[in-house]
Design a protein around this ligand. Structure first.
Ligand SMILES: [Zn+2]
Length: 143
């Protein structure tokens, strides 16, 4: 990976577990006019946890879209609800799988919160949303 490709670059990231992964960035996505830009130099390796915002460190980052990018990578568009950061990147399967697990945990927490909220005035709407989450309509596991 020493030959730079004009269209993308690969960053090696060492995870807290000690495992090394490669994150592929596509330049045209990162530099497209008006497109959000992924931070190319995160301060800590923890930012390879996709649920952690590279901008404000919120752990509420969620995927807006994701689709397969080849057989081992995923193109994921992320959004942080806390600071409105958003970005698209190509991530290895392992990273996305860990993100998926984190999302499952986050979904459980979200459902708990929603069930508490369900006692407030938006009960019907939140119940429908909760059911959709529990039925897996919102978590993109099947993609
Ligand atoms: Zn943020």
């Amino acid at each position: 990976m020493s030959q730079p490709d004009p269209r993308h670059y690969v960053r090696r990231v060492v995870l807290p577990s000690g495992k090394t992964i490669e994150v592929v960035y596509f330049e045209d996505q990162a530099t497209a006019p008006g497109a959000p830009v992924l931070d190319p130099a995160p301060r800590t390796p923890d930012t390879t946890d996709l649920h952690v915002c590279g901008s404000c460190s919120s752990q509420l980052v969620y995927p807006v879209e994701w689709e397969e990018a080849g057989t081992t990578h995923w193109e994921v568009t992320l959004r942080c609800p806390n600071c409105e950061w958003a970005g698209t990147g190509i991530f290895e399967q392992d990273v996305v799988e860990r993100f998926d697990e984190e999302l499952d945990r986050g979904t459980e927490a979200l459902v708990r919160d929603l069930k508490r909220l369900a006692h407030a005035n938006m009960e019907d709407e939140i119940e429908r949303f909760t059911e959709a989450l529990e039925d897996g309509h919102i978590v993109p596991e099947d993609f």
